[in-house]
Each structure stands twice: as structure tokens, then as C-alpha cells.
Design a protein around this ligand. Structure first.
Ligand code: SF4
Ligand code: SF4
Length: 100
């Protein structure tokens, strides 16, 4: 199990209140709003934290670069993937790559 899988294992053992608090802390350091792909629509809809929330459903459809790899959340959890707003959450992208 890698770092992300170990973290998810511990996260899933927490209760709903604890999970919410942890995600809130992680979302507070999300740097999506400074990324070149982040747009006005996403800002107006207050979207971000796509590594957990999954794809942008309404706003982001063009890739102008992704800064996820420099984000503390990605580094702390040793995420393998990026472009989460376009390709889905870390969990989803891991699952999809396993199917290939
Ligand atoms: S990895 Fe990307 S989507 Fe996740 S918190 Fe960091 S900047 Fe936001
Ligand atoms: S997930 Fe990556 S590409 Fe999308 S807005 Fe966040 S930093 Fe930019």
C-alpha cells in the first residue's frame, strides 16, 4: 500500500464529523484558484478541491496547465495523478488506470 492508500484506509475508519474536519482542513490549502485552468465560472460556483470532489461538472473543460503537483495536499498524500478537474478525483483515476 502506498501513502495515499494508507491515508485513505485511516480516513475511512473515522466518523463523519472527523472526516468532514479533515477534508475542510485539506480544502483550505487547495491552490486550484491560482491555476491557469481555473476560470471565472469555477470561481463563481466556488468549485475547487477536485482531487477529492471529482471533475468540474459545469465549468472547466480546457487544460491550460495544472498546478496540483506543487500543492501541499498532493505532496502530503503522494498523489499519483493531477488534472482532477478534467479527469476525476485521485481515487477515480487510480481505479480507471487499474482497469487498463
Ligand atoms: S491537489 Fe489539486 S485539487 Fe487537490 S487540493 Fe491541491 S490544488 Fe486542489
Ligand atoms: S485540478 Fe489541477 S488543473 Fe484543475 S483547477 Fe486544480 S490545479 Fe488546475
Amino acid at each position: 500500500m502506498d501513502t495515499f492508500e494508507q491515508w485513505m484506509g485511516r480516513y475511512l475508519e473515522l466518523n463523519a464529523h472527523e472526516r468532514k474536519a479533515i477534508l475542510h482542513d485539506k480544502m483550505s490549502v487547495c491552490t486550484c484558484t491560482g491555476c491557469p485552468s481555473y476560470n471565472r465560472c469555477a470561481r463563481e460556483k466556488d468549485e475547487k478541491f477536485y482531487c477529492f470532489n471529482g471533475k468540474s461538472m459545469l465549468c472547466i473543460s480546457e487544460d491550460f496547465g495544472c498546478t496540483c503537483k506543487t500543492c501541499a495536499v498532493s505532496q502530503d498524500l503522494a498523489m499519483k495523478y493531477h488534472d482532477f478537474c478534467l479527469k476525476g478525483s485521485e481515487t477515480v483515476q487510480r481505479y480507471e488506470h487499474e482497469l487498463r
